[in-house]
Design a protein around this ligand. Structure first.
Ligand SMILES: Cc1cc2nc3c(=O)[nH]c(=O)nc-3n(C[C@H](O)[C@H](O)[C@H](O)COP(=O)(O)OP(=O)(O)OC[C@H]3O[C@@H](n4cnc5c(N)ncnc54)[C@H](O)[C@@H]3O)c2cc1C
Length: 502
């Protein structure tokens, strides 16, 4: 009998994961990717002889004891042979003068560092570090969608997560900004309030620090490009098909059944199942022409305050020096704020000297200077682009960031070249993503956690995947939704879901 055919729109992590599980489960699979390479937001590229990594700051799930580890190995992203860089110093905060401290991955070391820096907050610091340790063991279900679990599987999850529930629900309702007020030291307050952004809930911060401290977050050597190359090789080895430069214009629907897609060049491709692994707003508004709605997503699209996006403005420097001994991530608070859509008090300089496998001109180090923002940052860049001053503004911001960088690394004067500038407009153009976001919706203290089922009422044979439907996004949710999409298809076809080839 002929295999059923699955079309997967989008070749990011979620699309690749869907393709791999589709092939493992005996479907013919084709990934349609709009760009000339796969990876989506998980990408790396070259400029002036240097590799620029566009994604992995930490990849959760690389500890063999983690529930995510099996997922990552099943899709070939990592293997037992993969080598990692584990960050000891997560980042260093530099408020000027002696007001500096490092956020160590090791929680005990972090506790000592913070108490030495702000002895007046000893009690609060101890309680914060205790919370980080509590979050080391917390991980959501990965094996199958909760709505597909039977009673005994649900009870097992409920039993194992019973103790976690209290901490998760309590800390997800507190914003980092509010929690920071518990500390007396102004710099500790600034650190916590601005760890990601003031709106982030405390849970997200604790989860991140907890996973890094348990060495469940690290960076595979070779970075984002290698992770995607590994997944692509796995997909191709299973017989999967890829079409590059194949932007989908719309999903074809006949009598409530998705029958395939039409590409931008007019070509029509038919299939038994369509999986959309593109950013969720693009799927709903463009590919489905706004004809279907999903309440949980619509609520988020309408309320930017409660559900902001997360984006970056980044300048990339090629430094003619080996910066191996400089901090991995150096968050600098300059004397004057940096003016973009608002006054930003800090910029983070991330140095890539840690991975000697990355291509770089001999003796040089790539440094990325990043300012993070939300929807307003996107609107600001958009209006500049529409008014014709985009190139000049990018140069101006990059020059400002370089000046701040040199204030902390004066010996590099004359040795640094700006080799790229990335804005929310770059992410929007490249990914078709909402407001230049590269994560899901931010999980703020006022927002609800997102767990969309991936199906749309009155639209059969169409499944959603991608980080935009699961929690607040990131690499693991992307891969999980790719897996869940194929689990749903197998269920529909009454097939036992397989996670590795027979
Ligand atoms: C700077 C940066 C740092 C990050 N750091 C981390 C980190 O440290 N840890 C972490 O876990 N995550 C991180 N992320 C997030 C991570 O990259 C994403 O969560 C993940 O890659 C999302 O995968 P996805 O498949 O859901 O979506 P995407 O990567 O957005 O993939 C969607 C794909 O669909 C394609 N597409 C869109 N429209 C169409 C169309 N009409 N037709 C055909 N194809 C289409 C796009 O080109 C894209 O390839 C970072 C991202 C960035 C940009």
């Amino acid at each position: 009998m002929k295999n059923k055919r699955v079309i997967i729109i989008g070749g990011g992590i979620s699309g690749l994961a869907a393709g791999i599980y589709a092939k493992i489960n005996g479907y013919d699979a084709v990934i349609l990717e709009k760009n000339h390479v796969l990876g989506g937001a998980c990408i790396g590229w070259e400029r002036k002889g240097c590799y620029i990594d566009g994604c992995i700051h930490w990849m959760t799930g690389i500890n063999p004891k983690s529930k995510y580890y099996d997922l990552w190995t099943e899709v070939g992203a990592i293997s037992p042979q993969t080598e990692y860089f584990f960050q000891d110093d997560f980042y260093t905060l530099d408020f000027g003068g002696d007001n500096k401290f490092t956020v160590w991955a090791d929680t005990d070391k972090l506790e000592r560092e913070l108490i030495a820096f702000a002895p007046e907050d000893e009690k609060q610091i101890k309680s914060f570090c205790k919370l980080i340790k509590r979050f080391r063991r917390i991980e959501g279900p990965v094996q199958k969608p909760v709505d597909m679990m039977n009673l005994s599987e649900l009870l097992k999850i409920a039993f194992t997560m019973l103790g976690d529930y209290y901490y998760v629900s309590k800390t997800s309702k507190i914003s980092c900004e509010d929690y920071a007020k518990k500390f007396k030291n102004e710099y500790i307050r600034k650190w916590i309030a601005e760890h990601m952004s003031a709106n982030y809930n405390l849970m997200s911060m604790l989860y991140m620090l907890g996973q890094v401290s348990r060495k469940n977050g690290g960076i595979p050597l070779g970075a984002s490009r290698t992770v995607i190359d590994n997944m692509q090789a796995k997909y191709l080895s299973l017989g999967g098909e890829i079409r590059y430069n194949a932007e989908v214009a719309n999903v074809n629907v006949d009598n409530g059944v998705a029958t395939g897609v039409t590409l931008k060049n007019g070509e029509v491709l038919n299939c038994d199942y369509t999986v959309s692994a593109t950013p969720i707003e693009h799927t709903l508004k463009v590919l489905l022409g706004g004809k279907y709605s999903l309440k949980s997503i619509d609520d988020r699209l309408k309320d930017e305050k409660t559900y902001p996006i997360y984006t970056y403005t980044t300048a990339v420097f090629k430094c003619n020096e080996d910066l191996s001994s400089a901090p991995l991530s150096h968050k600098v608070y300059p004397s004057a704020p940096i003016i973009l859509e608002k006054a930003h008090s800090a910029v983070t300089f991330r140095n890539y000297a840690y991975d000697k496998t990355l291509k770089v001109t001999e003796g040089c180090t790539v440094v990325q200077a990043t300012i993070s923002g939300e929807d307003e940052m996107y609107y600001w860049w958009k209006s500049i682009k529409e008014n014709g001053g985009y190139k000049a503004e990018k140069q101006k911001i990059a020059d400002t960031l370089l000046k701040i960088f040199l204030s902390r690394y004066p010996s590099l004067e004359g040795k640094v070249e700006i080799i790229d500038v990335i804005t929310p407009m770059t992410y929007e153009r490249y990914l078709n993503t909402r407001h230049g976001s590269f994560q899901g919706f931010v999980h703020t203290a006022k927002g609800k956690s997102l767990m969309q089922k991936g199906v749309i009422k009155n639209l059969r044979n169409f499944i959603l995947a991608g980080q935009g439907i699961f929690r607040s996004g990131g690499m693991p949710p992307a891969a999980i939704t790719g897996r869940f999409a194929i689990q749903r298809i197998c269920k529909k076809d009454k097939k036992k879901f397989m996670y590795k080839p027979l």
